[in-house]
Design a protein around this ligand. Structure first.
Ligand code: AMP
Length: 566
């Protein structure tokens, strides 16, 4: 397939806000793609060339892109920079210069989808001497045969800023529409569930689409865990009352709710993978855990679920989450950090063991299998503390014990519930004593004044609009941070700047923070329609991705629950 067809599809997707239309446009493309092109198209539809769990990153900064555009079109770097400032979009700048380029290659051939995909993928693997040059060559090679429209989308894909509003649900619906035979509309629900299931197990839509095309609903339902490919984990519903849950379900497993990082461990022989709930591979960051898991997990092959904590060596209590988060994205001094911030794992589930998927076993059965599968290393690699009871007093006492141990609260787990991906009623319930906080995304910031001028010191917080994937501002946060926190924030946010105007900067929506606040008010000025009063930073949520941030709907609900709606 020619890349031009992909570019045309992007253009159509950009032109509509309707989720249905977007799914139709993609379904049309998916259904006529060859088996070889299909996985690539599915990746590219979300502006990606790797599955989301992959450690590979394209990693090209605007500055290098500017040079590549300049080199392949013959315009000066200054010209490109000027156009970038004017339009705020390097994609538009690239398209402009490609249109009026000074160096035309006579032999320019039409770009194939394959070529674009391959070159962009290759960008991530180039290292060492002359790597910048080599990367530029790969991009320039694409520009040499690109039409203006193609240059626009190539640039945005390379910079990981596609901005065409295609979220997970749209890809799912497009796969269903593309591969469900037209006569089978009654089976649409079944097909949709099967696509969801396969995606939750494999975490890779390109593979799901391939199976849907080749083997339909049967193939999707049989999707098997692949070691090294993270599964979407099960989450808990919030509850305010242990009593309600015990009244409803009778006997429940009450488990410590540890305040750490969700971790999914995969084992095959000697090989261990560690994934976060965001499906990031953090195996390199936790060599200590890899080592322990190798010894402590008995099966030849398994996938287990648990929580990693940073432990204070003196007291044995958990260290604040911020300390653990220093280990999550670290590229250097990893060994040193394993000593400074020692960790502990508490496992609470097992989803796969030696060729068998365990999702359909009950929680009680899975716990038994887990117990048999782990050689406990006390305080280092152990099972989550748990009691099984229908006695409210005992459950409440256990909850207090969890809080005394400086953990967050407890989980109440229904003994005969299955392992279901995502959040569900009738499975796991979590309870903790603090007021509801919000997970919001930082979308803009302002450089500080005077002593704070070297820091980005106030941050625009935004909530998510699930249908469009947009982030809508709902508050400004700048108090309650220590100097160290300002420094960390500045360090984290600076590489995400997309536009700068005076002291204000716009940012790629990547960083999720947990914010406390006094109350939620209606607001005509903020795009969300609601604003947080006195928002304060509780922590950076390394474990959450922007598409898990709280929605505008949740703000509305919380606003209503304050009882102020007239
Ligand atoms: P929250 O982040 O407040 O929505 O709480 C959900 C998180 O609690 C999960 O993603 C886990 O990381 C964590 N957690 C801690 N202890 C447990 C447990 N015993 N069972 C399940 N999740 C747990």
């Amino acid at each position: 397939m020619k890349y031009a067809e992909m570019a045309e599809t992007y253009e159509k997707l950009e032109a509509t806000q309707s989720k249905l239309d977007k799914a139709d446009i993609l379904a049309e493309l998916f259904s006529r793609a060859s088996p070889e092109d299909l996985p690539k198209i599915v990746f590219l539809a979300r502006g990606r060339v790797f599955p989301s769990y992959s450690e590979d990153e394209i990693g090209i900064a605007s500055q290098l892109m500017i040079k590549a555009i300049s080199r392949s079109t013959g315009f000066s770097i200054r010209d490109v920079e000027k156009k970038f400032k004017e339009t705020g979009d390097l994609g538009l700048a690239a398209s402009h210069f490609v249109k009026s380029r000074r160096q035309r290659t006579l032999l320019s051939s039409k770009l194939s989808l394959n070529k674009v995909f391959r070159n962009i993928r290759e960008l991530s693997s180039i290292e060492g001497a002359r790597s910048q040059e080599k990367k530029m060559d790969l991009i320039a090679e694409l520009f040499a045969s690109a039409e203006p429209k193609e240059a626009l989308y190539i640039t945005r894909t390379v910079l990981e800023e596609l901005r065409i509003g295609v979220a997970r649900g749209i890809i799912r619906d497009a796969i269903v529409k593309a591969f469900l035979s037209p006569g089978d509309m009654e089976e649409k629900k079944e097909f949709t569930e099967a696509v969801d299931y396969a995606y939750n197990v494999l975490s890779d839509f390109s593979e799901v689409a391939r199976i849907a095309k080749k083997d339909g609903v049967k193939g999707l339902k049989k999707a098997k865990v692949k070691l090294g490919q993270p599964i979407h984990v099960m989450l808990g519903e919030k509850t305010d009352s242990i009593k309600d849950i015990i009244e409803k379900f009778g006997k429940v497993a009450v488990e410590f709710k540890y305040d750490g990082l969700r971790t999914e461990l995969h084992k095959r022989g000697n090989k261990i993978w560690i994934f976060t709930r965001r499906l990031e591979d953090v195996s390199h960051q936790f060599p200590d855990l890899v080592e322990t898991a190798r010894k402590a997990l008995k099966p030849e092959e398994c996938v287990v679920d648990g929580e990693v904590l940073a432990i204070d060596k003196k007291t044995g209590y958990p260290q604040p989450f911020q300390n653990l988060s220093q280990r999550i994205h670290r590229k250097y001094n990893i060994k040193e950090m394993t000593k400074k911030i020692p960790i502990q794992v508490n496992l609470f589930d097992i989803m796969y063991k030696d060729g068998k998927m365990l999702f359909d076993k009950t929680f009680t059965e899975r716990r038994k299998i887990l117990e048999k599968s782990v050689k406990t290393i006390p305080e280092k690699f152990q099972l989550a503390k748990q009691i099984v009871t229908d006695d409210l007093k005992k459950a409440e006492k256990f909850y207090e014990q969890a809080l005394d141990a400086k953990q967050e609260g407890v989980f109440l787990k229904v003994p005969d519930s299955r392992y279901v991906f995502g959040r569900h009623v009738g499975g796991w319930y979590k309870i903790k004593p603090i007021m509801e906080t919000l997970d919001l995304v930082i979308v803009a910031a302002t450089w500080g004044e005077g002593k704070r001028s070297k820091w980005l010191s106030s941050y625009v917080l935004a909530c998510r609009e699930p249908d469009t994937g947009k982030f809508l501002p709902c508050g400004m946060m700048g108090t309650g941070l220590t100097e160290e926190m300002f420094e960390t924030m500045t360090h984290t946010l600076k590489p995400l700047v997309t536009k700068e105007k005076g002291k204000k900067v716009e940012l790629k929506p990547k960083v999720v923070v947990e914010a406390g606040y006094q109350e939620i008010q209606k607001s005509p000025t903020y795009e969300a329609g609601y604003a947080l009063r006195f928002p304060r930073l509780l922590r950076i949520r390394e474990d959450r991705s922007p598409d898990e941030a709280d929605t505008v709907e949740r703000l509305k609900k919380l606003y209503r629950s304050q009882g102020r709606e007239g």
